[in-house]
Design a protein around this ligand. Structure first.
Ligand SMILES: [Zn+2]
Length: 89
């Protein structure tokens, strides 16, 4: 059986599952690193810092899916985000 690797957006950590979840390159092809909300037509949709991105994502992910509280979400993101391509130093 083929094990499918979970792909996460390398900017906001959203799981990229469906074709339409993926961002687009300047030539219209799919970008396999970033989601459609972060990356469109070959560039990031907004210039932001990792801290701002975490602030934005916490309320979206802390109502039980996948995190149970804002504190839990923030802690998980502070561990995960520095490993993502966009924020890696
Ligand atoms: Zn994203």
């Amino acid at each position: 059986m083929e094990q499918k690797k979970l792909v996460l957006c390398q900017s906001c950590a959203m799981p990229l599952v469906k074709e339409e979840d993926f961002g687009t390159n300047a030539d219209g092809s799919k970008n396999t690193d970033y989601c459609v909300y972060c990356f469109k037509d070959g560039k990031f949709t907004c210039e932001t810092t990792m801290e701002e991105m975490i602030d934005f994502c916490v309320p979206l992910t802390s109502n039980g899916d996948p995190y149970n509280s804002p504190e839990e979400a923030r802690e998980a993101m502070l561990a995960l985000f520095p490993q993502l391509k966009r924020w890696r130093k």
